[in-house]
Write a protein that binds this ligand. Structure first.
Ligand code: MRU
Length: 341
């Protein structure tokens, strides 16, 4: 996507350095973060400098390639990369492929495989955009949760890709972006992306979505996914499940958009998806610029309390209208068909 007229991917390899857009600084400052070795790339995934299933998949693939390039112990590196974040299937998908390529053909093949995965991620998201745009009537009002735009992938996005295509088709979509507590990916990242693309939108408090559905102000909802189980259950950012429940109650179509690299055929149902627990600090404190533009972190919760911070939840297949993939739109129970050659 274009940022100030320049095309960026969220993450790329330059020599032996993994470069990425620093997402913790967005939307207040646009910076590029350098990771000179796989350990630094692991740190960037863990601290969410890069985040979103497709983007951390590409970053993890590059990290695995970095280990081969540097002559590091590849098995040790694989274990370290896989320990960064547990939920997104794309991370494991990429590491497994690059590890196998590196073992078979050394650093050159590992790099080629990592680049291939990043390119495939872009192509898959472009196709998701085309399939998904067909679901959007003119002037539709769509809700989304978290950020499954181009920042969450190598480029283009999953849940937002159909919006971008529909806008180019002149359909004039309007997006309600859930703010997505505690890390604010909707308020910070989705809103920034939509503004950059010239898409009309409003940030809404996380607890406003059901009310807007009740008033008939949302025509459909599209969210991303971090892992889709073989039965069509889908893990996505915490808060997704309650939106899906509200959508079912109010008869709002609820779609998941995800490339097939997010589908885990070995995972029978959502119960088996590992759910990341993050630091309670993310719930208890918030950061942002003060009136002088200086970044501040302030406590927003009672000083004597701690917090629980599950980062994802699982939406049962029964609540999902369809899963938009690069191979077409599937009923959740038929998602296995998307993995067939
Ligand atoms: O914790 P994050 O920001 O990496 O989580 C990302 C999400 O859960 C998004 O909702 C997205 O839909 C899935 S990643 C494309």
């Amino acid at each position: 996507m274009l940022v100030s007229g320049i095309h960026y991917r969220t993450v790329w390899l330059a020599g032996e350095t993994v470069k990425m857009i620093e997402q913790n600084q967005l939307p207040f400052s646009f910076q590029i973060h350098d990771c000179p070795d796989y350990r630094a790339t692991c740190g960037a995934i863990q601290t969410m400098v890069v985040r979103g299933a497709g983007a951390i998949g590409s970053a993890a693939g590059y990290a695995m390639a970095q280990a081969f390039l540097a002559g590091d112990d590849a098995a040790l590196a694989k274990t370290a990369i896989e320990a960064t974040r547990p939920t997104a299937r794309n991370l494991f998908y990429a590491v497994e492929r690059v590890f196998a390529a590196g073992l078979a053909g050394g650093a050159g093949l590992a790099v080629a495989e990592a680049e291939k995965i990043a390119d495939e991620d872009c192509a898959a998201c472009q196709a998701i955009g085309e399939y998904g745009a067909a679901l959007l009537p003119e002037n539709c009002r769509l809700a989304t949760h978290c950020n499954a735009g181009w920042l969450a992938f190598t480029d283009y996005g999953s849940a937002l890709a159909p919006v971008y295509v529909a806008a180019r088709q002149g359909k004039n979509p309007f997006v309600y972006a859930d703010e997505t507590r505690p890390r604010g990916q909707g308020a910070r990242l989705t809103a920034w992306e939509l503004y950059g693309e010239g898409i009309a939108h409003a940030i809404i408090a996380d607890n406003a979505c059901a009310f807007l559905m009740a008033r008939g102000q949302i025509d459909l909802m599209i969210v991303g996914a971090d892992r889709v189980a073989a039965n069509g259950d889908a893990a996505n950012k915490i808060g997704t499940l309650e939106k899906a429940l509200a959508a079912r109650y109010f008869g709002v179509p609820f779609y998941v958009a995800a490339p097939t690299s997010t589908v885990d055929a070995a995972c029978p149902s959502g119960d088996a998806i590992p759910i990341e627990e993050r630091d309670p600090v993310e719930v208890l404190y918030q950061s942002g610029p003060d009136e002088n533009g200086v970044m501040r972190t302030i406590r927003v919760a009672s000083p004597s309390s701690t917090a629980s911070n599950p980062a994802f939840d699982v939406t049962p297949a029964a609540l999902i209208t369809g899963i938009i993939t690069e191979k077409g739109i599937f009923k959740p129970e038929n998602i296995g068909q998307a993995l067939l050659p």
